[in-house]
Design a protein around this ligand. Structure first.
Ligand code: PEP
Ligand code: MG
Length: 854
């Protein structure tokens, strides 16, 4: 491996030279969790004996803290090296520090960056320990810290290797240039968000700079917005060019991917020689217009009918100050606001994930991607460097890009402008400290808005808002997808006159037909209301019988329990007739916080839930299940190529046993207050279960409490395949069908395009469930379901027939699932299950006659 200290190159190692003389200290030993837990990034610390901080490598000064105690250099290959002199030195407000450079300066290894008065700092701050940290650590595959005493400007302190450095390619061979031939875009709706995201993701694994060319315009393919902004439609001809060590391979893969439609369904690749350009590009359909003044036309966005009164939603305009004379501070503010926005979106994503809807969760994943869009962030940073405030620069950049998208003739692309405005507005509110205005709507409100955002939707008060109508958007907009999953009737792309109507106008919204009837006659309103009343009556009947057991007509008893995330959920579950908790997703106790909950805090929460449920109702607490799609801000995890196949679920507990042991102690300490059980997630091998169980037993003996039942999530196919062996050692199984489906079908559960095929009713998945249930029953144990299909009315009879004893369902569905079970016959369920296991496809399973929807 070639190391270059002064001109770091992609594909080679990097050697950072000591910025100070002194003793090296592993970063994990720094007495500050932010550094020790590598939240800022991985690196090393020095206990200094010199007083001039030198550049550890060549680079540009991209950040100098106003208190002059921290500075960041960006190397030629975009590595960001932060040096932080002392701990808590920000409180010195610059006293004792003399910067020798400014933002924008180019420096060479060994140049003086900051002089400091070591005596003053040592006396007035927590520590002199100085950290050298790579803030974009994800770009680095291996950190090899040196140890011992070092001399500034001479000795190496940290060796870094990049992805792919094992390759034997010589360091000089890194500026290959490759171009593609002409590629005709086959996608029916051009390069809209999803194919653009697929392209950006494919490009991420290459180190080369890759550009997409369309006419005389070019963009970085890693920029989803940039690619969408080229407005490339079906039949358009594009080409690719790449520069870097893997240019040829990148061009080969991306050309093929573009040609074959980037995995989009219904695409027929187009030969390169023909330019079909405008020929079969369908213009967006003209907006519907009605001749009836009392009928507003739109597009059917979410089925169902709603009767109520119109309420217009006004857009919130946030004022910003244009100028700032401290670009470094403004850059930092922007970075912090983006980081905060990502956390907020993560919380929303986790919330909808918890509701078992991968399609919804994928929308928020797409929002997180938008915040990483290089063109969006770079353009804002440039404006900041030209003297604009972060808020002004951000607002202008995202609004311009959103306007650009909205103007596109391609309707799908135009609709993504709304997503950009949503995430843009979120960051802007964080930057300006303006909070979202909360409106309290009256009963039976039907919202009319220019547009709503996915975030608006995720926080909508469903008890008051019964439908909505937007002027922007269409059936494919993310808001429409959300509305469908939330069961709110909606129309989109409606005539703009809807925004001129007075608040309180009576309306009937038909989300299936895409119409809004204004001032309906009282007869009409009555008829619709009657229909809604019948549906509501069924819900009420279910609710009224919520406390009756879920016993089939032929006397087979099922246990219907709830999936919960917190104390409030536990109350609601009991109020709706839940017979216990089949899954407490304990990661919610760990999320939306800046540090892990202590043993005491966890004990309090688990005890509170146990007390709400009382001594009889079971409470199954699943140990921390993070990793994969569920990161924790304070639990940095190394970058993994395949996080769903990496350190996830119980594997995190083995890697950081103190986290798992603390949690197990908290669970055990609350166990005396109820019918508490513990369950381990992501168990793939019997050894893992034995190890986790061993840790539980050790903690139990130390605490001197009684044993509690221990079960496993069956969510990795291997666990179902050897369920016989597991059933001898586990007290119960709970099948996590969300993960079991993704691992069985090898389809990412959050993948927007694969979502329609990632069906838990696939016969392959049902077979594994059947194996788990049979093994449990044979050993006198029981098998439940806690994945999303437990609440799916089409799945319920099959799961019963397969021998599952417990369904842990989403809280609102408890009464209806119980009612459904009471209408079923166990014998019939068994017959259906046998048919389902023999079916060819998930669609065939769903079409089995008693399951087919009317
Ligand atoms: C599952 O995988 O089905 C499950 C219930 O766990 P989670 O959705 O939290 O991964
Ligand atoms: Mg799971």
């Amino acid at each position: 491996m070639t190391y270059t200290a002064t001109s770091v190159q992609p594909g080679t190692g990097v050697l950072l030279t000591a910025p100070l003389s002194g003793k090296l200290v592993p970063i994990e030993q720094v007495p500050d969790p932010v550094f020790a837990q590598k939240m800022v990034g991985d690196g090393i610390s020095i206990d200094p004996v010199s007083q001039s901080l030198l550049a550890p490598c060549d680079g540009e000064v991209i950040q100098l803290h106003p208190s002059h105690h921290a500075i960041t250099l960006k190397t030629a290959n975009d590595l960001e090296v932060l040096m932080h002199i002392g701990l808590d030195t920000v409180t010195l407000r610059g006293e004792g520090f003399t910067p020798k450079v400014k933002v924008g300066d180019q420096v060479q290894m060994g140049d003086r960056l900051i002089d400091f008065d070591a005596d003053y700092v040592a006396l007035n701050a927590k520590s002199l320990l100085t950290q050298i940290v790579i803030t974009n650590s994800e770009q680095v595959t291996t950190f090899i810290p040196r140890s011992g005493n070092v001399t500034a400007g001479r000795d190496p302190v940290l060796e870094l290797a990049f992805a792919g450095t094992e390759a034997t390619a010589p360091a000089t061979d890194n500026h290959d240039v490759a171009t593609s031939e002409a590629i005709v875009i086959p996608n029916p709706t051009g390069l809209h968000a999803r194919p653009a995201a697929v392209l950006a993701n494919l490009a991420k694994k290459y180190k080369s700079d890759i550009r997409l060319k369309y006419g005389d315009k070019k963009t970085n393919v890693r920029s989803v917005v940039g690619v969408m902004g080229l407005s490339i439609d079906k039949g358009d001809t594009v080409s690719l060019e790449a520069t870097g060590p893997d240019a040829a391979a990148a061009i080969a893969e991306l050309t093929e991917a573009l040609r074959s439609g980037l995995g989009e369904a219904g695409v027929t690749p187009v030969a390169t020689t023909t330019s079909q350009a405008a020929a079969d590009v369908s213009a967006p359909p003209p907006r519907p217009r009605s001749d009836d003044p009392n009928l507003v036309l739109g597009v059917a966005a979410s089925p169902g009918v709603a009767v109520g009164y119109l309420h217009r939603v006004q857009q919130q305009d946030i004022a910003v100050t244009e100028q700032s004379d401290n670009p470094a501070a403004e850059r930092r503010r922007l970075e912090q606001a983006i980081a905060q926005a990502k956390l907020e979106i993560e919380a929303l994503r986790a919330k909808v994930h918890g509701q078992g809807n991968p399609q919804k969760a994928a929308i928020f994943s797409a929002h997180q991607e938008l915040l990483e869009d290089p063109e969006l962030v770079d353009a804002t940073m440039q404006a900041i460097d030209h003297g604009k405030s972060a808020a002004y620069a951000w607002k202008r950049t995202y609004s311009e890009q959103a306007d650009q998208l909205a103007r596109l003739t391609n309707e799908l692309l135009a609709q993504r402008a709304n997503d950009l405005r949503d995430v843009g507005g979120r960051v802007l509110r964080i930057l300006t400290g303006v909070s979202t205005e909360t409106t309290h709507y009256p009963e039976n409100t039907i919202l009319a808005a220019e547009d709503l955002t996915p975030s608006d939707m995720a926080t909508l008060d469903r008890s008051k808002v019964v439908g909505f109508c937007t002027v922007a958007g269409g059936a494919t907009s993310h808001v429409a997808i959300l509305a469908r999953s939330m069961d709110i009737p909606a129309i989109a792309g409606s005539e703009p006159r809807v925004l001129e109507l007075s608040n309180g106008t009576p309306v009937i919204l038909d989300g299936s037909k895409g119409t809004l009837r204004l001032h309906p006659s009282s007869d009409e309103m009555e008829r619709v209301k009657q229909r809604l009343v019948r549906i509501k009556a069924k819900r009420e009947r279910d609710f009224a019988s919520k406390d009756q057991p879920a016993m089939t007509i032929d006397g087979h008893r099922m246990e219907i329990v709830a999936n919960i995330g917190n104390v409030e959920d536990a109350k609601q579950a009991v109020a709706l007739g839940g017979e216990g908790v089949g899954l407490l997703r304990s990661e919610f106790v760990f999320m939306e916080r800046s540090a892990a909950p202590t043993e005491e805090e966890q004990t309090d929460i688990y005890s509170a839930v146990a007390q709400i449920l009382g001594p009889e109702r079971p409470l199954i607490i699943r140990t921390l299940d993070v990793g994969g799609d569920k990161p924790l801000p304070y639990l940095p995890m190394p970058h993994e190529e395949n996080p769903f196949l990496g350190e996830r679920g119980v594997r995190i507990g083995f890697d950081r046993p103190e986290i798992l042991r603390t949690q197990l102690r908290a669970i055990l300490r609350s166990s005396g207050l109820g019918n508490v059980r513990v369950m381990f997630p992501m168990i793939a091998r019997l050894e893992e279960f034995r190890m986790a169980k061993g840790m539980l037993e050790e903690e139990r003996q130390k605490l001197g409490v009684a044993p509690i039942p221990v079960g496993i999530m069956v969510e990795v196919p291997s666990a179902a395949v050897i369920a016989n062996q597991f059933a001898k050692e586990a007290d119960f199984f709970s099948v996590g069908t969300n993960d079991l489906t993704q691992y069985t079908l090898a389809m990412d559960r959050g993948h927007p395009k694969l979502a329609p095929y990632c069906d838990g009713l696939d016969p392959a998945v049902l077979s594994l469930i059947g194996m788990a249930a049979k093994a449990a029953n044979q050993q006198g144990k029981w098998c439940g379901i806690c994945g999303g299909i437990g609440s799916d009315p089409q799945a319920v009879p099959l799961l019963i027939g397969l021998g599952v004893k417990e369904l842990s369902v989403s809280i609102p569905t408890i009464p209806s699932v119980k009612a459904q079970v009471r209408d079923l016959s166990y014998a019939e369920c068994q017959r259906l299950a046998a048919q389902a296991l023999a079916a060819d496809t998930a669609a065939d399973v769903r079409n089995l006659s008693p399951l087919a929807e009317e």
